[in-house]
Design a protein. Structure first.
Length: 76
């Protein structure tokens, strides 16, 4: 398990690891234990929404309009 003693919200080093709140992200050898200065920082971290690039692509990004220098694209 990897360990981070820098609070990702405040950017400060956490000194009292025995009493500091923490979160474990992942599992096994690649897990990451993240320490926080306060419960407030921990809750702020947990409230950050995650992006899911593989699942958030339900919208087509195709642009049917011709780009500069291109001929008109045929309609499908």
């Amino acid at each position: 398990m990897r360990v981070s003693t820098t609070d990702p919200i405040s950017g400060n080093d956490v000194k009292d690891l025995a009493n500091a709140p923490f979160v474990i992200e992942g599992a096994g050898d690649s897990a990451l234990k993240i320490y926080f200065e306060s419960e407030q920082s921990r809750h702020a971290y947990l409230d950050v929404e995650l992006e899911h690039p593989g699942q958030d692509l339900g919208v087509s990004l195709d642009n049917p309009a011709p780009m500069g220098g291109e001929q008109s694209r045929p309609r499908r």
